[in-house]
Design a protein around this ligand. Structure first.
Ligand code: PAM
Length: 416
């Protein structure tokens, strides 16, 4: 039986927080291995890197999610005991509901709502001295996501709700104040969503059949029962918050356009969907999800390595997207790479890998791609702007990360 490399550190929990995104990647390179072991919060954890290991990780027969996500991530980012931490039929049934919200007509409706908001904000920005793109994109996405979901959002709530969605995402890798902000944002958000679920169920809030709010409020679990109000609130937020999280990729896309202005012309070529290549490269190159975790369902071996039942296994998302065996010059931003080959479900995993329905690949991946393409077209042709001197560096030791300035625009002029 081959021996697994063990990180010499007694416990790596602090190193994960100190090193951030490249933590797993650094070690897979150091040990020159796709598999190694660390200790995390006192317990052994097996770490996996690369496409072949991702294929293993995304085999739902081998892993479960219940118990794999730390409570502090659930109480900020995704909600306690939500779809991300469910398995088997329960997961499948809920995922079917989420996937039903992601069909072409529903996505088209969301894109139209978003287009309206980008236009509205462009005119607002003309009157502003400086525009922080990240914050504005969060509001735009929040307004459109709520309208799409049929979640009522009063004008005076917009900035707080958008900020709260953002703080839930920002809380996932935070300790201290950032974690607390995320938790508070989640409590406020859950209370808000509970009120909406109750109002729909009492017939006080009419929502269209097939809309996300209607689907979640009336969804019946594998036991044939409605979700309890709290769980329905959590899942309605899981249908809306991740749309606001796309602001991170939009901000990185703006950075890529700024740093590589030659792509502006290529993006206007009517003969090719260059935006598709561009946004795929944004999702590959820039960091968002660092890694994902699961627990071993039943003991098995892989390439002679033993996976004992119940062991925590982490998959290196950040590092797999820059694995030199799959990606030539991975540290170069180069959209054309996606023209040369189609990624597999395992070598390109910015929003998780594997299958949508049977696995935990993000249900919102198509929405993310379409919303990003729309935002890139808007930044390229919908407005003209200057990018003043600012700190555009992003810190890989902070999870999640973002250009420090949030990407400031000045002298914005709407072209439409
Ligand atoms: C959403 O759900 O709102 C979309 C945004 C998700 C991006 C972050 C996903 C994080 C995944 C796993 C958490 C790892 C925890 C690391 C803590 C040190």
């Amino acid at each position: 039986m081959p021996k697994i490399f063990r990180d010499p550190s007694f416990d790596s929990t602090l190193d994960v927080l100190r090193e951030g995104y490249p933590f797993l990647y650094n070690r897979s390179q150091r040990f020159n291995s796709d598999i190694f072991q660390i200790r995390l919060m006192g317990l052994p954890a097996i770490c996996l890197h690369g496409a072949e290991a991702a294929e293993l990780f995304y085999n739902p027969k081998l892993f479960i999610r219940k118990g794999a996500v730390p409570r502090r991530v659930q109480t900020t980012l995704m909600g306690l005991d939500a779809i991300q931490t469910r398995d088997n039929g329960e997961h499948r049934c809920r995922k079917e509901m989420f996937m039903a919200l992601m069909g072409p007509a529903s996505r088209q409706r969301l894109m139209s709502l978003l287009a309206e908001q980008w236009q509205r904000y462009a005119h607002r920005w003309e009157k502003m001295d400086r525009v922080v793109l990240f914050r504005e994109a969060q509001e735009i996405l929040c307004r459109a996501a709520c309208a799409w979901a049929e979640v009522p959002l009063a004008e005076e709530e917009v900035s707080q709700r958008a900020r709260d969605f953002g703080d839930m995402v920002d809380g996932f890798g935070g300790v201290g104040p950032r974690h607390w902000r995320g938790k508070q944002a989640r409590s406020r958000g859950e209370k808000w969503m509970r009120g909406i679920i109750r109002a729909i169920r009492k017939g006080q809030l009419p929502v269209q059949k097939g809309s996300p709010a209607h689907m979640v409020a009336w969804y019946r679990d594998t036991n044939g029962e409605l979700l309890d109000v709290q769980m329905a609130a959590i899942e309605l937020m899981n249908a809306t918050r991740p749309i606001v999280a796309i602001a991170t990729y939009i901000t990185f896309a703006a950075l890529a356009l700024h740093e590589h202005p030659a792509y502006r012309q290529l993006l206007r070529n009517p003969a090719e969907d260059y935006a598709e290549l561009f946004v795929q490269e944004v999702r590959r190159y820039f960091p968002f999800t660092p890694f994902v975790g699961a627990l071993v369902r039943e003991e098995f071996t892989w390439h002679g390595f033993e996976f004992p039942k119940g062991t925590l296994v982490l998959l290196d998302v950040y590092g797999t997207n820059r694995d030199e065996r799959e990606w030539q010059d991975p540290e170069v931003f180069w959209p054309e790479r996606f023209r040369q080959r189609k990624p597999s479900p395992y070598d390109f995993i910015p929003q998780g890998g594997g299958e949508f329905l049977t696995g935990h690949r993000c249900a919102g991946e198509w929405i993310t791609i379409e919303a990003l393409k729309q935002a890139v077209a808007f930044l390229n042709d919908g407005i003209r702007y200057d990018v003043p001197a600012q700190d555009l560096r992003y810190n890989l030791t902070r999870m999640p990360t973002l250009p420090a300035s949030g990407f400031v625009l000045t002298n914005v002029q709407a072209t439409g």
